[in-house]
Design a protein around this ligand. Structure first.
Ligand SMILES: [Zn+2]
Ligand SMILES: [Zn+2]
Length: 235
């Protein structure tokens, strides 16, 4: 009788494909980006801008882009990577090409990189999608990532906000149009309360910050003591 090679089978069990490049990785954790994908992502290194979580280009507290925007309602911003090159590709795939499995890889990275900041930080609140967008995509990408972060850090996820209006894509609008586009876009969900709570508001990306500003102001108006923002990609 022939014996089966035990070593080979245990190695096969520990091998998962990287969700970024699809290459086989020998790792005990499924849905984790491989070392070369992580390298391509260009994670943001401190010192960081309090307005967007990006790299500070000078000696000031804000980056050049944020200095052109209105004063942010949040105290601090955290972003994982620059929304260029591979980061852009991953976020696009996650949002528009029906790849919800990337939530685990991306959420896992948020938990790992911002471990200290997430420790006892308050409530994690995802920016909601309008129901019509939710129906066409089938999932809210921000809510999926928040669920993974909660699983790994113990932080509570609270769906406090509702999106009342479907808004146009912010990137193509002027500053004034952007503001108008987001007027009354968000409101508090009926029956919820965030008085004196610290909120970590999560969105997949920050571009001008107008969407996050509208959502943060609703939470602050409802009595939240502090709002911080956290995003995957910063443009
Ligand atoms: Zn990879
Ligand atoms: Zn900035």
């Amino acid at each position: 009788m022939k014996m089966l090679p035990l070593i080979l089978s245990s190695e096969a069990l520990l091998s998962f494909p990287c969700p970024g490049c699809g290459e086989q990785e020998v790792d005990a954790v499924p849905n984790k980006l491989c070392a070369s994908c992580r390298e391509r992502l260009k994670l943001i290194q401190p010192p960081i801008c309090a307005g967007c979580g990006g790299v500070i280009d000078g000696v000031l507290e804000l980056c050049v882009k944020c200095m052109k925007e209105e004063v942010r309602p949040w105290g601090k911003a955290l972003s994982l990577f620059d929304l260029s090159g591979y980061g852009q590709e991953l976020v696009q795939g996650f949002k528009y090409n029906n790849r919800p499995e990337l939530a685990r890889a991306l959420g896992g990275m948020v938990s790992e990189v911002f471990k200290q900041e997430l420790d006892g930080a308050g409530w994690l609140v995802p920016v909601p999608l309008h129901w019509s967008r939710y129906c066409s995509r089938g999932y809210n990408q921000s809510r999926l990532v928040c669920r993974i972060i909660a699983e790994q850090t113990g932080i509570s996820v609270k769906n406090l906000l509702v999106r009342r209006r479907r808004t146009r894509q912010q990137a193509k609008l002027s500053r004034e149009q952007r503001k108008l586009n987001l007027t009354n876009a968000f409101s508090m969900k009926r029956g919820v309360n965030c008085k004196n709570r610290t909120i970590l508001l999560f969105d997949d990306v920050i571009t001008t910050g107008a969407t996050l500003t509208a959502a943060a102001n609703v939470l602050l108006d409802a009595g939240a003591s502090n709002v911080y923002i956290i995003t995957l990609g910063r443009r």
